[in-house]
Design a protein around this ligand. Structure first.
Ligand code: UT7
Length: 327
């Protein structure tokens, strides 16, 4: 039986402060009814003072380490998937390394927007296949509340702050990461972006710059997201020769309940086989999948020997799917 990279433990963290649809009704011209029917979101968690992305990431990482029974010093590599770190340089991962005391790790970030966690997991897996002794922290963490234009009705109701983490090691049982397929299409970058680079943003040079906010052509993103995730899931199942009926749980990126429902319908799976928590947290970009995975794990939904599929879609465009046989 071949050796595989395997998720040894999960952890997550969200800030205490919450922002409900009713709270948003007092801020912009929206309604609980619109947000609920169009997105499925009821609530999101919002960071308070000092709760930077690296702080959320560190708390999630610590929870995953406790679950794994590992000390921070036993981690060899620390990867953070994020688009909302409090600093451009150094990486969020280096800040997390310092915060949790992962003194023996090397640390770096991955930017693939909402698909970031799957990309980071993919990079980590390759290290494990080269050296099965390694222990790797893979974290998805965002404070998108700092990147949202709170006057923009089209985006401000969608996003939230959170972090999720896994410890990746190896399994000799043949369980673990079975198949993956990642995609990018940079020609569609204008449909979902957050400009921040001075050279690309003339507004930064005229003194009126107010910040770099998420901009999205929601309807187009919606259509691409459904089709792209469906295709990615079918590709990884095809690679592994696993039938969709054999999959116990699909953990999709949590952006919009209607995207998830359409995906469920197109894949022809039962609704109870798809994990959904978007109502509680909104879209937390790279954090949605590890957060959902940790919740599903704590709810006992991830059983040994079962097939779990993760799938994501985000800015870039980037998308992909990963098939796991839970250890
Ligand atoms: O994380 C990965 C990437 N992100 C996604 O996957 C998100 C993909 N897109 C979506 O989830 C949906 O497109 C949205 C939730 C963003 C928007 O839903 P929609 O059904 O596509 O609505 P829409 O943008 O077509 O807007 C419909 C109407 C518009 O009014 P008119 O033009 O019909 O009069 C909007 O102005 O709803 C209006 N609207 C709102 N009304 C109340 C837009 N946002 C709001 C709002 N509250 N927050």
């Amino acid at each position: 039986m071949s050796l595989r990279a395997s998720i040894l433990a999960t952890g997550s963290y969200v800030p205490d402060r919450t922002l409900s649809n009713e709270d948003l009704e007092k801020m912009v011209d929206t309604s609980d009814e619109w947000i609920t029917t169009r997105t499925g979101i009821k609530n999101r968690h919002i960071s308070g003072a000092g709760e930077y992305t690296s702080v959320l990431a560190s708390r999630a990482a610590e929870n995953a380490l406790v679950a794994a029974g590992l000390a921070p010093s036993e981690i060899d590599i620390l990867i953070v998937a994020t688009v909302s770190a409090e600093m451009t340089m150094p990486s969020c991962a280096c800040l997390v390394q310092n915060e949790i005391g992962a003194v023996n790790a090397f640390a770096f970030d991955v930017n693939a927007a909402c698909s970031g966690f799957l990309y980071a997991l993919s990079v980590a897996e390759k290290h494990i296949l080269v050296n099965p002794q390694l222990k790797i922290l893979v974290i998805g963490a965002e404070t998108l509340s700092t990147r949202v234009d709170w006057q923009d009705l089209n985006t401000c109701v969608l996003f939230g702050d959170a972090a999720g983490a896994v410890v990746l090691g190896s399994s000799e049982l043949g369980d673990g990461l079975i198949a993956e397929k990642l995609f990018s299409d940079g020609s569609l970058h204008n449909l979902l972006y957050m400009d921040g680079a001075q050279s690309l943003n003339p507004a930064l040079n005229n003194g009126e710059y107010q910040g770099s906010f998420i901009k999205m052509v929601g309807k187009d993103v919606f259509k691409y997201a459904v089709n792209a995730m469906e295709n990615a899931v079918r590709v990884v199942l095809g690679q592994a020769g696993v039938d969709i009926g054999e999959v116990s749980l699909i953990v999709p990126h949590q952006a919009n309940i209607r995207i998830i429902n359409k995906l469920t319908q197109k894949l022809g799976v039962d609704a109870e086989k798809v994990y959904i928590n978007v109502s509680k947290y909104g879209n937390t970009s790279a954090a949605t999948i590890p957060l959902a995975l940790d919740e599903a794990n704590r709810e006992g939904l991830l059983q040994s020997g079962e097939y779990i599929v993760l799938c994501a879609f985000g800015g870039g465009f980037t998308w992909g799917a990963t098939l796991i046989k839970w250890q």
